[in-house]
Design a protein around this ligand. Structure first.
Ligand code: SF4
Ligand code: SF4
Length: 475
């Protein structure tokens, strides 16, 4: 057998193995369509193998593989990193930035504004009178509707959610930590302090850690949430925060998220909110014991917009659906932070190709049941260029299903498990213009465009509850 023929057989065998590997990973991820496509691809590689046995057709196989080779070479042409992404949140400044008012968030409006209170009257008479009618109607549905409604309030999962959410509530009292007056200010260089802080954060549960100097544009203008007996603080300007933020990202379990919008996903979100409250409270206290201030930013105490803060700390880019898209985990993450005045070394923002990929992808927008994610271009909002999510309609859907939905997080191609296959894809998306242009369409072809909830492990399987009244009519 000629050397060329052996070589062509080798290439064909490599393609066969690659398709089989793709099918295997897709099977593990319960991506049926992708698995079928992988198996079909593997079967198709048998055709060149047969043709290679017929000397007259070897030239056809040769030409075919040359085309495949050219495509692979084109993928290797590097693209310059996204200059805007490399500047972090500032890269998307487009005019005069306005700080976000926490009072206007859906959580603050529906959770903290109680009809008849002074805050309620102030908000709807002096600040946003145009919102009163619509909000009144929405308020009648309750804060987040009936927890776990989509799964007939499947008790084990709803209880997991409620148990987890009780933890940040308890830890929120300890969010603000002044320097401990009984200890000396630790004598550490910023390099050494950064080394300790980052490793401590990982040791206590963070999957990714980054540090940034706080951009004042990202600080909420006014306090809007009332979690404790703090009505007097409502509406106060938020100022005098320390200059550094240690931003921590935790990965959401893929096996839970694939059930979106069912209860395993909200049980996992709540679990990470509990974990984030623990991590941030501990780290904030550590700063205090080192003679510095520490403020824990978690679900019972937010002073700052976390997704752009994470971008500034070098932990990813913000995608079309408004979530942080992080390395390794994509949108399948939760963000927490500790603010401190301990001098630390900031990280630099990174470019992952997310903005370029999102331009073409739109999978989250296509699958969003409430059509809250824009299909079009970015707009200028509060002085920043962004894809503007409709938080109200998104929140409305949450109350319809009684979970935090998370379909847009689950369907995002960046959120797939961090296997060798997806590591390769992410690598190319970050470095190759051709990948940024072609991969969204290839992804749609291989995996399909629409979201379908997948099976979960038996211990969180909400479908045990179906014999009751549940019909999966909501999604
Ligand atoms: S969480 Fe659900 S409803 Fe909200 S934007 Fe994402 S997909 Fe849409
Ligand atoms: S699903 Fe697509 S468009 Fe949406 S955030 Fe992910 S990559 Fe971007």
């Amino acid at each position: 057998m000629e050397l060329l023929t052996i070589l062509l057989f080798g290439v064909d065998f490599f393609l066969f193995s690659a398709f089989l590997y793709f099918a295997f990973e897709s099977f593990r991820e319960q991506e049926k369509r992708a698995m079928k496509n992988g198996l079909t691809g593997a079967a198709l590689t048998l055709i060149p193998a047969i043709l290679l046995l017929l000397p007259r057709f070897q030239i056809v196989v040769f030409c075919l593989f040359i085309v495949v080779g050219i495509f692979c070479l084109l993928l290797l042409i590097p693209v310059s990193p996204n200059k805007k992404a490399l500047k972090g949140a500032k890269g998307y400044l487009a005019g005069k930035a306005k700080r976000f008012d926490e009072r206007d968030s859906v959580f603050a409006r529906y959770r903290s504004l109680i009809p008849g209170t002074e805050q309620y009257n102030t908000f709807y008479t002096e600040i946003y009178p145009e919102k009163e009618k619509k909000d009144e109607k929405r308020r009648l549905k309750g804060f987040i509707g009936t927890p776990g409604k989509i799964d007939n309030q499947y008790q084990p999962n709803v209880a997991m959610m409620e148990a987890s959410f009780s933890i940040p509530q308890d830890l929120g009292y300890y969010a603000f930590n002044d320097p401990d007056p009984d200890v000396p200010v630790a004598d550490l260089s910023p390099e050494k302090a950064t080394l300790i802080v980052k490793n401590l954060a990982k040791h206590i549960g963070a999957d990714l850690v980054g540090i940034t100097k706080i951009d004042p544009h990202l600080i909420y203008s006014n306090r809007g949430e009332i979690h404790y007996d703090t009505q007097k603080e409502w509406g106060q300007e938020i100022k005098d925060l320390p200059p550094y933020a240690v931003v921590m990202v935790t990965e959401m379990n893929h096996g839970h998220v694939i059930s979106a919008p069912h209860t395993p996903t909200v049980a996992e979100s709540a679990h990470l909110y509990a974990k984030g409250a623990y991590m941030t409270t501990l780290l904030a206290k550590w700063f205090s014991c080192m003679g510095y201030g520490g403020i824990a930013e978690h679900t019972r105490n937010y002073n700052i917009l976390l997704p752009p803060l994470a971008v500034d700390a070098g932990l990813g880019e913000v995608g079309r659906q408004g979530y942080l898209v992080a390395p390794y985990f994509g949108a399948r993450v939760r963000i927490f932070a500790v603010l401190t005045d301990m001098p630390l070394i900031p990280d630099k923002p990174i470019s992952l190709g997310v903005e370029e990929f999102c331009q073409k992808c739109k999978k989250c927008a296509d699958s969003c049941p409430s059509k809250s994610i824009p299909q079009g271009e970015k707009v200028i909002h509060n002085g920043f260029e962004k894809w503007k999510l409709d938080e109200d309609s998104c929140f409305d859907y949450w109350s319809k299903v009684g979970t935090d939905c998370s379909i847009c997080m689950a369907i995002c191609p960046f959120s797939r498990p961090n296997t060798l296959l997806h590591k390769f894809v992410r690598l190319f998306v970050a470095r190759s213009k051709i990948a940024q242009i072609l991969f969204p369409s290839i992804d749609n072809f291989l995996y399909g465009k629409r979201w379908h909830p997948k099976k979960v492990a038996p211990w969180i399987d909400y479908r045990d509850n179906r014999h009751q009244t549940h019909k999966d009519e909501i999604y």
